[in-house]
Design a protein around this ligand. Structure first.
Ligand code: SF4
Length: 85
């Protein structure tokens, strides 16, 4: 499993992430979040500061969409890391 975290204080709402990974969507504040109904998404928790999503699979592959989204994010607001199941 892996975790995608979005720093909502850093997110600028330009949505480079949405073009790289279809699991990223716009929330009601105009910032990025993860679609809880997208394939492989186990959970999504949102606070004022962060969105943390838990997903099935392996994020370490170079071509993983979430990794591409993190690389494309201008302020570096997205982090992706492996977590224990
Ligand atoms: S690319 Fe980064 S800053 Fe832009 S909307 Fe996505 S998470 Fe926010």
């Amino acid at each position: 499993m892996f975790e995608i975290a979005i720093d909502r204080d850093a997110c600028d709402g330009i949505f480079a992430c949405l073009a790289r990974d279809g699991r990223f969507v716009e929330d009601d504040d105009g910032l990025a979040t993860i679609d809880p109904d997208a394939a492989g998404v186990v959970s999504v928790e949102r606070t004022d500061e962060r969105v943390v999503a838990l997903l099935e699979g392996d994020a370490e592959a170079d071509d993983d969409d979430a990794t591409l989204a993190a690389r494309a994010c201008p302020p570096g607001a997205i982090s992706v890391r492996e977590v224990d199941a």
